[in-house]
Design a protein around this ligand. Structure first.
Ligand code: ADP
Length: 456
């Protein structure tokens, strides 16, 4: 069992990790930047250490600062949360060199999965269906054009090192691809420090369906079913749910077995997620693996009655994963809305300000994971996630009705949030029927903006 954990993150996920530590009797130390001195995680943790100025490069992305913070406070492990250094193999290696347990997989597996083209190749070899595309990185625009001729347009250029939906470009024909290639490469270089690109068949009207996995250090691995994250804006998830309205028990078992076989082929350890695209007929294709806890993990926790963050800590401490595959039941339906400090009426423009008043929703079937409190001013240096409202029920309809109630009850004043758009989504007939695809929110947003401007 771990004794003391450094939380190398901020916001709601830092609070989530502190809570998991407390419930397991593990001491927690929150590493915070100067901008996060007043954060809720700092207040809730047993200890807190300032690791540098607000700029992420000098605090949450600075391995020596984090490792020193862990060592001087006597921590035996570091939880990286999501984002920041959570998928950085060098950081995992540095932790190991300093005899600190990195809560996640080892650097080698992280390196394999951190590169999308190597990740896809690795999964293909393990017999997991993958999106048709390039083997490894593209060497030239000519290679991209040749490949696109073979697999057919439209195609998607993607940074191998990408994340957060950034830097992807769709090409509908050869001249598009000619034009997009240098721009995509330059963008990838700028955003991720590496210009490598891969090319994939661009699948349209597909769903984003991902499988949660857990594996211990004794060779035991399971999956906990899927999450449907098809409601996205600019390739970023805004609403997630479990189970997926289109996944049958038979498809779940097949995808889950593929995922478990895939991670066992690389000796994966800890929590992880395999992301797939699924077409209307239930065919699915692996796109990438995230080797960390994900923002949307609570929906899986609620439908399977498990605590994924506690399992991360227990597995990192060497415990055996006692959950057995045939005991995992999808007992109910859960949905999560990401509440961001953005103004949906102004094209999701980032919003700032002090939280004047905050009343989170409550009542049956509602969970809120958030770092907000009245009087708090979220720093503008980081991502704009304010809260995750998660609701659950016996059926999808009940979970969605509760979400509508919870969103209406939630009061956050002093700052604009995405709640008005999410409320509209809860009443949208296509979303309600479970018929959305990854491009659907963009279509709906267009109608929503038009109807709001007519109403004014
Ligand atoms: P990131 O790591 O930047 O989040 P992903 O590879 O996970 O990128 O893809 C994010 C989203 O982009 C997917 O959920 C999906 O909506 C879209 N996408 C990715 N690959 C494809 C593809 N080959 N065809 C169609 N859409 C895709």
């Amino acid at each position: 069992m771990l004794n003391k954990v450094l939380v190398a993150n901020r916001g709601e996920i830092a609070v989530r990790i502190v809570r998991a530590c407390q419930e397991l009797g593990i001491k927690s130390v929150v590493a915070f930047s100067e901008a996060d001195r007043d954060s809720l995680a700092v207040r809730l943790a047993d200890e807190a250490v300032c690791i540098g100025p607000a700029a992420p490069a000098r605090s949450y992305l600075n391995p020596p600062a984090l490792i020193s913070a862990a060592l001087i406070t006597g921590c035996d492990a570091i939880h990286p949360g999501y984002g920041f250094l959570s998928e950085n193999p060098y950081f995992a290696e540095m932790c190991a060199d300093c005899k600190l347990i990195f809560i996640g997989p080892n650097a080698e597996t992280m390196r394999l999965m951190g590169d999308k083209s190597i990740g896809r190749e690795t999964m293909r070899k393990a017999g997991v269906p993958t999106v048709p595309g390039s083997d490894g990185e593209l060497k030239s625009v000519e290679e991209a054009i040749d490949l696109a001729r073979q697999i057919g347009y439209p195609v998607l250029l993607k940074p191998s090192a990408g994340g957060g939906g950034r830097g992807m470009r769709v090409a509908y024909d050869e001249s598009d691809l000619q034009r997009a290639f240098p721009t995509a490469r330059a963008e990838a270089e700028g955003a991720f420090g590496r210009g490598d690109l891969l090319l994939e068949k661009y699948l349209t009207k597909v769903r984003h369906v991902e499988i949660q996995v857990l594996a211990d250090s004794h060779g035991h691995a399971i999956h906990l079913g899927e999450r449907d994250c098809s409601s996205q804006r600019r390739h970023q998830k805004i609403v997630e749910e479990a189970p997926s309205p289109i996944v049958t028990p038979e498809v779940r078992a097949r995808m889950g077995n593929d995922a478990v076989r895939g991670i066992q082929s690389i000796g994966y350890e800890n929590a992880g997620t395999l992301e797939f695209l699924m077409d209307q007929t239930g065919n699915y294709y692996f796109i990438e693996m995230n080797t960390r806890i994900q923002v949307e993990h609570p929906v899986t926790e609620l439908v399977t009655d498990t605590d994924l963050v506690q399992w991360q800590l227990r597995i990192a401490g060497g415990e055996r994963l006692t959950l057995q595959q045939d005991a995992i039941r999808i007992a109910r339906h859960a949905v999560e809305c990401r509440i961001n400090a953005e103004d949906p009426e102004r094209d999701f423009l980032p919003a700032g300000g002090e939280i004047e008043f905050y009343l989170p929703p409550g009542g049956p079937g509602v969970r809120v994971d958030s770092h907000l409190y009245a009087g708090y001013t979220p720093p503008g240096n980081y991502d704009s996630l304010l809260a995750k409202i998660i609701t659950f029920g016996d059926t999808r309809d009940q979970a969605l009705d509760r979400m509508r109630r919870a969103l209406s009850e939630c009061i956050i004043t002093g700052i604009k949030t995405t709640i008005p758009f999410q409320l509209a989504l809860m009443d949208d007939p296509v979303f309600r029927s479970g018929g959305m695809h990854t491009g659907y929110v963009a279509e709906l947003l267009q109608h929503w903006k038009e109807s709001r401007s007519v109403a004014r």
